[in-house]
Design a protein around this ligand. Structure first.
Ligand SMILES: *Cc1c(COP(=O)(O)O)cnc(C)c1O
Length: 396
């Protein structure tokens, strides 16, 4: 067996998932990296300590375990460097703190992951950053919102819960013309279905909590930067002391090995469920980018290699209170689906989506938005469970 890994750069995504991030010859041939629990790292002498002239210097600055995960993410993202943080939310707040200063203006997509909006409206605003939300459909039209002090444009596609697509390439090109850094929350697609840095994004953000973990038992975020922005992102990571834990890093690397297989299954099952829902007369719409009927479908088809397992549908109702009762009846009748936050694990989940914080892309007044995460169960069982929900909500 040769140690040559030159072939890996041009290999397929499942091959990369199996072979990136760690070299077994570096640790006695064991296939997986050791889990290094560490704060202190010892130096051989005072001079080495003073000059920090060894690969590892302190636990917060990386270990062989966290490095293995970071190198795997870099290979998938095509990034110059990746930092690990303790949650997907921290994977948003840390780069915002890295690149924004008092007096700056930030443009945030209105269909953003809701806790990101909370961070922007509270802490970021308190620190003197002016936050403005924009319509995900803007594309090149984002130019008219850019001001002399606009420093950051945050994108997320598809949008959380309502799945709006964005023209990431067009937005990045305009933002760069005005000297802005472009960040993208790519949690839904993972780097297997969309590679943000190839479309002009500077900073790619992931809740590794979702598909990389895959088992609803780990919280972690990854932030990957292109060469131009890596230095500043890495510096912020060190300055804030926000780092990834060893056992969690190990589990995320482990999850990556099977992520391609799992995503493929989520992809197919979710699309089958979405088409089943679309054909029903008691559904007012299905928000899934891979459906031809979805407004953002053309963008999705142009830019994405696949769709993951999360989408929403509209349960028709007379008004807001009616929508709430119908949604609750639907959710309470489910037996296979769990009612819980987050997604990306093996089990199906359902949520009645709350869109009350939206300022531009507001939720419907005559329907409830139900978000589904389609897990790895058999599709027939998933459909049978949804049928229970429809039966119950019809009675309300
Ligand atoms: C879940 C999620 C996050 C946050 O991840 P946590 O690890 O739960 O903090 C960020 N962005 C998106 C799009 C998410 O769905």
């Amino acid at each position: 067996m040769s140690n040559n890994k030159d072939w890996l750069a041009s290999a397929g995504s499942n091959t990369q998932l199996c072979h990136t991030g760690y070299d077994p010859t570096a640790y006695h041939g064991f296939v997986n990296p050791p889990v290094v629990h560490a704060s202190t790292v010892l130096f051989p002498n005072a001079r080495a300590m003073e000059t920090r002239s060894q690969p590892y210097t302190y636990g917060t600055r990386g270990t062989p375990t966290t490095d293995a995960l970071c190198r795997a993410i870099d290979a998938l993202e095509g990034s110059a460097g990746t930092i690990l943080v303790p949650s997907g939310l921290a994977a948003i707040s840390v780069p915002f703190l890295a690149f924004l200063s008092a007096g700056d203006h930030a443009l945030i997509v209105d269909s953003v992951y809701s806790p990101c909006r909370h961070f922007c409206d509270t802490m970021l605003t308190r620190l003197g950053v002016e936050v403005e939300y924009y319509d995900p459909d803007l594309g090149e039209g984002i130019e008219r919102l850019i001001r002399p002090n606009t420093r950051l444009v945050h994108t997320e596609a598809p949008g959380s819960n309502t799945m709006e697509m964005q023209d990431i390439g067009a937005i990045s090109a305009i933002a760069h013309r005005h000297g802005c850094v472009v960040t993208m929350d790519n949690t839904w697609a993972t780097p297997l279905y969309f590679k943000p840095l190839q479309h002009g994004v500077d900073i790619s953000i992931h809740a590794a909590t979702k598909y990389p973990s895959g088992h609803s038992d780990i919280l972690m975020g990854t932030v990957s930067a292109n060469a131009e922005h890596w230095g500043r992102l890495h510096e912020a990571n060190i300055t804030l002391g926000i780092c990834g834990a060893p056992d969690d890093s190990y589990q995320i690397l482990r999850g990556l090995r099977t992520m391609g297989l799992r995503l493929d299954h989520h992809n197919r099952s979710a699309l089958a469920v979405a088409r089943w829902l679309e054909a029903r007369s008691d559904v007012a719409g299905v928000l899934h980018p891979a459906l031809e009927s979805f407004p953002g479908h053309a963008l999705w088809k142009r830019d994405f290699k696949g769709a993951s397992g999360v989408f929403s549908f509209l349960l028709p109702a007379a008004d807001g209170p009616g929508a709430r009762s119908k949604a609750h009846a639907f959710l309470d009748a489910l037996q296979l689906f769990g009612l819980g936050w987050s997604w990306g694990g093996y089990e199906s989940l359902a949520v009645h989506v709350n869109l009350s914080d939206r300022t531009i892309r507001k939720g419907p007044t005559n329907a409830a938005v139900i978000r589904l995460q389609i897990g790895l169960e058999d599709v027939e069982d998933i459909l049978a469970d949804l049928e229970r929900g429809f039966e119950a909500s019809a009675k309300v």
